[in-house]
Design a protein around this ligand. Structure first.
Ligand SMILES: *Cc1c(COP(=O)(O)O)cnc(C)c1O
Length: 494
């Protein structure tokens, strides 16, 4: 398997090199030259454990990793970092199937990929004879940062620096990050929103001179953001796993179609579902669910991507994004792998903040549906599902749940097809918004007090990832203006 850049298909990389680099030299994203087919029948795949399935899928995409190494990485990631044996259980509630992707160390779906990425990176560096220390720079809207910190903390040969929007994450998210231990970690609050953080990190990555200077000092910059194929590929696994669970429980028979609805921000999670579909998983519709930052909803509706709009802070901060980086990969695929066209559209996004796809490209989006939820819709959905079934949704999952329910009611998706909703965070990560949804009124209590109350009220036990924040020491309290990110990196590496 060879990867190529979305902006210049003559820029190629082996899987290990692509994992190590993150972004292609020309600023494009690495995409597989060819999407492999599922390696066995759906029934055979349904019989595998999560680790076995991960091995069967990862080996198709990471072809230059020796099998023993891949198995080792998979076991390090999924062997003991999850609090349920099934890793990603599928739960039937209120007529839908919630695929719980939040059983890892930081209780958000980012753990599914960030538990394995550090191991994939260090193994790749070892095999390629790279002597430099790997320096991970990450912009986060809240969940990636902590998951990356947990994944890379004290991994030999790596350092990690995380930038988060100072006022754009929940209290629990912030506490999780600023209490992170590890001799190789740094966490910095930025005066700006997530897009400012992401733009700052991208600018540093695009600065060839800076990268060279750092190389000279023994540091190799890399990214743990979802633009890295080492994050994308592990996410394909759980969609196939969900299908297997539906087969095992008799909800579907081999070959039956399912719908998948994903709360979407940077377009990484749903792109993995798209790849699973390309591989042959019978997915009828891929539903992209947005919050009030509904750039993607508008894109799917009109064919025009336009970031020129007000940025809204919502109760689902990990989806407060106006530039969905991974959409570039989809654009490349629907353009017929036309790197020139993709580069042109991305240039237009940089220069004008917008671009429009052609009629031909739009036709290839048939397998997608899209919807959005307002803040009020999200709160009501948390309440509806709780009252109907006692199940507690986090606000991100509630956005997807609302969209799935609305599309069914409007007849825009087929109700006879099982609906799998990606459940991307534990409600404990967003206790304030969740209680507000359930109780219909706000509260002056701190987030940690609300965590206690959520547990009392719903009987859902508090995950250890949250309990241990009580009384944890604040280790990182630095905040900087958005213009000071490069300086902060140089400071960290001094
Ligand atoms: C990151 C995140 C999302 C969005 O996922 P993308 O891959 O960026 O589209 C949704 N929900 C939660 C809880 C997240 O952490």
């Amino acid at each position: 398997m060879i990867y190529q850049s979305t902006r210049n298909t003559s820029i190629k990389a082996d899987p290990s090199a692509a994992v190590l680099k993150g972004l292609a030299e020309d600023g494009g994203l690495f995409v597989p030259e060819e999407i492999p087919e599922l390696p066995m029948t759906l029934s055979a795949l349904a019989g595998l454990s999560y680790e076995e399935l991960a091995f069967q899928i990862l080996r198709l995409f990471l072809t230059d990793y020796p099998e023993s190494e891949l198995k080792e990485c998979i076991h390090l990631a999924y062997g003991q970092n999850f609090d349920v044996p099934g890793i990603a259980p599928l739960v039937k509630k209120a007529g839908s199937f919630y695929l719980e992707l939040f059983h890892g160390r930081t209780i958000a779906f980012k753990d599914m990929a960030l538990s394995i990425l550090p191991h994939l990176m260090t193994r790749a560096a070892g095999r390629m004879g790279a002597k430099e220390e790997i320096v991970i720079l990450t912009a986060t809207s809240g969940d990636t940062g902590k998951a990356a910190l947990a994944g890379f903390a004290d991994v030999p040969g790596t350092r990690i620096m995380v930038f988060y929007p100072k006022d754009g994450v929940s209290e629990v998210q912030k506490l999780q990050m600023v209490t992170q231990k590890g001799g190789n970690v740094e966490v910095v609050g930025v005066e700006g929103n997530f897009d400012d953080c992401q733009a700052g990190v991208k600018q540093i990555f695009h600065d060839a001179k800076l990268k060279e200077t750092l190389m000279g000092k023994g540091f190799r910059l890399s990214s743990a953001n979802s633009i890295n194929i080492g994050r994308l590929v592990p996410q394909i696994v759980y969609y196939i796993y969900a299908y297997g669970q539906l087969m095992a429980s008799g909800e579907i028979r081999e070959g039956d179609e399912i719908n998948v609805c994903v709360p979407t921000g940077n377009f990484g999670n749903i792109l993995a579902a798209f790849y699973a579909r390309q591989m042959g998983l019978p997915i009828k519709k891929l539903i992209s669910a947005s919050n009030e930052n509904k750039v993607l909803y508008d894109f799917f509706r009109t064919g025009s991507y336009d970031r020129n709009r007000k940025f809204v802070l919502t109760s689902s901060p990990s989806m407060d994004i106006l530039v969905s980086s991974n959409l570039e990969r989809l654009i490349f695929h629907i353009s017929g792998e036309d790197a020139e066209k993709t580069g042109e559209l991305m240039q237009s996004l940089t220069n004008k903040g917008r671009y429009e796809i052609t009629e031909d490209m739009r036709k290839k989006l048939d397998c997608f549906e899209a919807g959005f939820a307002t803040e009020e819709d999200t709160q009501k959905e948390i309440r509806r599902v709780y009252e109907e079934s006692g199940y507690v949704l986090d606000p991100h999952t509630a956005v997807a749940s609302f969209v799935a329910d609305s599309l069914l009611k409007e007849g825009r998706v087929d109700g006879s097809v099982p609906m799998v909703i990606a459940s991307t965070a534990s409600p404990y990560k967003f206790a304030r918004a969740v209680l507000y949804g359930i109780e219909g009124e706000g509260s002056k209590e701190s987030d940690m007090e609300l965590v206690g109350r959520l547990s009392e009220k719903t009987g859902l036990s508090e995950p250890e990832a949250v309990s241990k924040l009580r009384g944890a020491e604040i280790l990182h309290d630095k905040t900087i203006p958005a213009s000071g990110m490069e300086e902060a990196v140089l400071g960290f590496l001094r």
